[in-house]
Design a protein around this ligand. Structure first.
Ligand code: NAP
Length: 314
């Protein structure tokens, strides 16, 4: 099978095409013939030697990047009851671990997958995996957002943000979304109630009483995020900078502030599948690439300016 491998960290030129044997599954796993893969900032961080690079490279002769897959079940292990050959499935495989999604075939524990809704494409399904699960686990599992709450979604035009706006609206929240002015119409079309152009305004000059803030930016943005939430509210930060110092700052303000890492979870995927099937959540695909164009796909995510998601189609 064709795969894209990484032997050492570096620029996009380190992504190499390779011919590998089709992987072998164990009893609880599913072999997926990959139809679409989505690309995330963690792919770029790992490729450049950050994030999961050291751990994965120390255990393997090379890394196969990628965690987000939609495809067709080619084979299922003997103890797998939920999926059989020919079924369409999607999910985020083995995160945070070795996903090995950049390949014509991928192996997934059955418990990381959900059935792909018949009324969405493999591209739309592949997109709604790591980014959508992050939004789900932040808003539903962790923050437990409820109807009527004031929720700020930052970087609302990006992969995580565009799902977070839609999920927050489905939960019945009042959603304030941040992006540049170029993406204002896009985030409002997702259902946001208000828009803040982060290039013109710090959010805490406009909002100081939110119940929940999702901060996918970090760094200098963390203070404004902590100030935008009311006492007793929650801020979830996605990039993991200076953990202890920031958690202490949040505590001093009476705010529940923490970092969070998304985890593979088939039950959560199934909830997302229902929202996708019913049209409460849609994947916005701003660009599509082929497997041979993986370098271009990485450069697009690396730009930090992606609208919605990009996918690689096989
Ligand atoms: N902890 C976890 O488990 C976890 C999971 C998923 C993602 N993440 C992290 O979360 C971050 C976002 O991921 P993603 O997939 O959403 O990235 P992405 O799709 O690449 O985000 C791109 C978007 O970010 C917007 N943006 C950039 N700077 C901004 C700012 N200062 N304020 C508001 N919007 C801004 C851009 O909008 P404009 O073009 O309008 O500026 C663009 O649309 C990444 O660092 C990623 O690694 C962490």
């Amino acid at each position: 099978m064709k795969a894209i491998i990484l032997k050492e960290a570096g620029s996009v030129d380190k992504l190499e095409a390779a011919e590998l044997p089709i992987p072998v599954i164990n009893d609880q796993e599913v072999l997926i013939q990959t139809k679409a893969i989505s690309i995330n900032p963690v792919d770029i961080k790992t490729r450049t030697g950050k994030s999961l690079y050291s751990e994965l490279r120390s255990q393997n002769p090379f890394i196969i990047l990628g965690w987000d897959v939609s495809g067709i079940v080619a084979e299922s292990g003997p103890t797998v009851t939920k999926f059989k050959q020919g079924d369409e499935v999607f999910g985020m495989i083995n995160f945070p671990g070795h996903g090995k999604a950049y390949a014509e075939y991928a192996v997934a524990p059955a418990e990381h997958l959900a059935s792909k809704p018949a009324n969405i494409t493999h591209e739309e399904a592949a997109a709604a995996t790591l980014a959508a699960l992050t939004a789900w686990q932040a808003l539903v599992t962790n923050a437990k957002v409820i109807k009527g709450q004031k929720v700020v979604i930052q970087a609302a035009s990006g992969g995580v943000g565009h799902y977070a706006v839609q999920i927050a609206k489905w939960l019945g929240a009042n959603v304030i979304a941040t992006s540049s002015s170029a993406n204002r119409d896009f985030v409002m079309s997702l259902g946001a109630d208000e828009h803040i152009d982060y290039k013109k305004h710090r959010i805490d000059t406009i909002v100081t009483d939110a119940d929940f803030v999702l901060d996918p930016i970090g760094g200098d943005n963390i203070d404004p995020s902590l100030n935008a939430v009311k006492k007793g509210g929650t801020v979830i930060m996605l990039p993991s900078f200076f953990k202890d110092e920031i958690i202490a700052k949040a505590e001093a303000k009476g705010v529940n502030g923490y970092f969070f890492t998304v985890r593979s979870n088939g039950a959560d995927m199934q909830q997302l599948a229902t929202l996708l099937e019913k049209g409460f959540v849609r994947s916005h695909l701003s660009k599509k690439f082929s497997l041979d164009e993986m370098k271009e796909a990485h450069l697009q995510i690396e730009s930090g300016r992606t609208q919605g998601k990009i996918v690689v189609t096989l």
